[in-house]
Write a protein that binds this ligand. Structure first.
Ligand SMILES: [Ca+2]
Ligand SMILES: [Ca+2]
Length: 127
């Protein structure tokens, strides 16, 4: 993946570069409305997954191995799961904050329940 501007800043400063990395997403219940969800993941407001296209469809009982959708950060960073809608604003499945202090804690999982949904997201702060 290309080096994005934030990463370049960190490289210049010569500091350690923690990354937040989303490993897996499981869908237990899609957002309100009919059919599958059009899922995408954003970190610090920038789409990091899927790499091509606006979203990937996910249905109830399905999971996506995200593997490697990551971004460097310092301090804290917001990660969001969103449901793409073409005719209206996207629906927020949920957002959470990743902390630099979680470096080395291993993989964590969180439940997200926005817009009538239930997802589990598995993520990690790595070096
Ligand atoms: Ca929707
Ligand atoms: Ca949609």
């Amino acid at each position: 993946m290309p080096i994005i501007s934030g990463e370049a800043d960190l490289l210049r400063k010569g500091k350690a570069m923690p990354y937040v990395e989303v490993n897996k997403v499981k869908c237990f219940e899609t957002t309100d409305g009919i059919g599958k969800d059009d899922l995408y993941i954003a970190i610090a407001g920038e789409k990091v997954w899927p790499y091509y296209g606006n979203y990937e469809q996910i249905g109830e009982g399905e999971e996506k191995l995200i593997g490697g959708a990551r971004r460097a950060f310092q301090g804290t960073v917001e990660v969001g799961l969103w449901e793409y809608d073409s005719g209206s604003a996207d629906d927020k499945i949920g957002t959470f904050t990743a902390y630099e202090s979680s470096l080395g804690d291993g993989e964590r999982e969180l439940d997200l329940t926005g817009d009538g949904s239930h997802y589990k997201v598995f993520f990690e702060v790595v070096e």
